[in-house]
Design a protein around this ligand. Sequence first.
Ligand code: NAI
Length: 348
Amino acid sequence: MAASKFKQETAMTQADRLRVAMFSAQPYDRRFFEEALAERAAPLDIHYHDTTLDIETAVLAQDCAAVCVFVNDVLDAAVLERLHGLGVRAILLRCAGFNNVDLAALARLGMFAARVPAYSPEAVAEHALAMIQTLNRHTHRAWARVREGNFALDGLLGFTLHGKTAGVVGTGKIGLATARILKGFGCRVLGHDPFPSPDFAALGSMVPLDELLAQSDVVTLHCPLTEATRHLINQSTLGRMKPGAMLVNTSRGALIDTQAVIEALKARHLGALAIDVYEQESALFFRDHSSEIIADDVFGRLTTFRNVLITGHQGFFTVEALREIAAITFDNLACWQAGSACANVLPS
Ligand code: NAI
């Protein structure tokens, strides 16, 4: 009798707990989300799935009120409709960009969606600078050489960043943080943004895009991916860049027409390329493909250039940023549950 009462109570308690399906979940997501959950003691069960969310995998959200997603999860109209049909009512993006969400379908279905707009702009900005200086001073190649007992400097020649002109495209949170660091290096900083941040005035001058491209030794992209910014860097804009300049993209892959960039590298017009994001990254990034044959020939070509540095979307990847992502995601969920106003709700 006592045992069956206990069973009944356990079932009731479990039914009362909110279920969240997390897609694209990596071991570090589990670690930081479980740590944040333990601090809050919220009646919540997170079901971690390492698979990406798409039309086939959406079924994993059965019986869940919310899904928690990342940059390469698909949230087009078909996936949102399927999730809605399964009972999902809230989309929790554990990232800043939301170019992967069909906002019209979201509104039509009356679903809640919120993102983490600023977990650590400095984390991404610092990674952009790490890439610039790695590529410029060839520390990655020097590391390999020294391990082989090769101390020759030929091929490792860089330039002094101090005194160079750096162009920041998109002067929002990450662009500003990047501009501050570049200023600290002694660069002359130029910015371009249709909605310029007043804070940028203390760091540099706002100029039209063409002027920024023509004058900058380093061009770093920090604008969101929208229909207006897709392939912002293309054959024509590449042609307007200063010969030998370095292009850096830690924002979204499709800001760049990758094929046009390859042609500019082959023509030796573009001096160097550093990318933390790639147009077709969803098929590659965040997974170990080291035992497979990678079929993407465009990506394969990029890896053959000595003056190209690629990292796999790790700009956000710091302890501080991951803690903040988990905390803000839970705040967004609590807002939705309470029906209170949420500053991070989409579109915003
Ligand atoms: P934000 O919203 O603070 O700033 C974006 C800025 O871009 C705004 O000032 C906006 O006016 C500007 N902008 C819009 N259209 C533009 C155009 N055509 N040309 C120039 N500027 C334009 O966003 P935040 O936090 O600085 O993030 C920027 C982007 O960085 C995100 O959209 C996301 O794609 C990317 N990101 C990458 C991460 C990584 O791990 N690599 C992590 C976090 C964000």
